[in-house]
Design a protein around this ligand. Structure first.
Ligand SMILES: C[S@@+](CC[C@H](N)C(=O)[O-])C[C@H]1O[C@@H](n2cnc3c(N)ncnc32)[C@H](O)[C@@H]1O
Length: 210
């Protein structure tokens, strides 16, 4: 039976792509992923299927149908597939089918690279993902527990800062924004919560509240 690999490609640059990820993709007949994930494998000869944020389920179904045709498939996830990545929707679609053999290849999460850049031992930090859900007031309690909070936003970072300030967080609270980690234009800004509202950031950001 052919495999359905769920492959973490790391934060984006080839420098953080693991040999295991490369091996899985190179052994696949079909590669499914976002444009920036697929672009890492321009030398790999395989059928490439681009996935966007609005068609994830359809493309996973397509990936499963390719495995049913006895082709090996890699579904790519940026960062690690298990942290707000593609693993959850893949497992949901595969369900309890035992004719689809799923193998997960971990990747370096953007959260890990953020912790490394800022020299935060992340076993002593709180990790929060807002992906697939909105921000709620629960976050306010977490940011006040004495540990750094690493937040993966699901919308623009200024909206997160705004929400925190409007709900009572100190606007002078120290934060770090890590944008486009691992790329040539990577940017790390240490500022105050209110400072986040004064700068433009892309969606590809992690925020740390100290
Ligand atoms: C769908 S989530 C995927 C997270 C991924 N599974 C991981 O482990 O990094 C996408 C979000 O991850 C963050 N992200 C992914 N790559 C990034 C990078 N290179 N630099 C900063 N943030 C990144 C951004 O917040 C982006 O909106």
């Amino acid at each position: 039976m052919r495999k359905l690999y769920v492959v973490g490609i790391g934060p984006g640059s080839k420098d953080y792509l693991s040999p295991a990820a490369k091996k899985a993709v190179e052994s696949s007949d079909v590669v499914v992923g976002s444009r920036r994930a697929i672009d890492l494998f321009e030398d790999v000869e395989a059928e490439k299927i681009e996935l966007g944020s609005k068609n994830v389920e359809v493309k996973i179904e397509l990936a499963i149908s390719k495995v049913e045709e006895d082709r090996s498939v890699s579904v790519l996830s940026t960062g690690d597939p298990g942290f707000s990545g593609i693993l959850k929707p893949v497992l949901k679609k595969v369900g309890d089918r035992d004719d689809i053999h799923v193998e997960v290849v971990p990747g370096i999460s953007s959260i890990q690279l953020c912790a490394a850049r800022l020299q935060i031992p992340w076993d002593g930090a709180d990790l929060i993902t807002l992906h697939g859900k909105g921000i709620s007031k629960k976050v306010l309690k977490v940011i006040d527990n004495g540990k750094p909070t690493i937040i993966l936003p699901n919308f623009k970072i200024d909206e997160v800062a705004n929400f925190l300030i409007e709900n009572g967080a100190n606007p002078d609270r120290k934060v770090a924004i890590c944008e486009r980690l691992s790329y040539d234009d990577e940017k790390i800004v240490i500022t105050a919560l209110k400072g986040v509202l004064e700068e433009e950031f892309s969606y590809m950001c992690i925020m740390v509240v100290y």
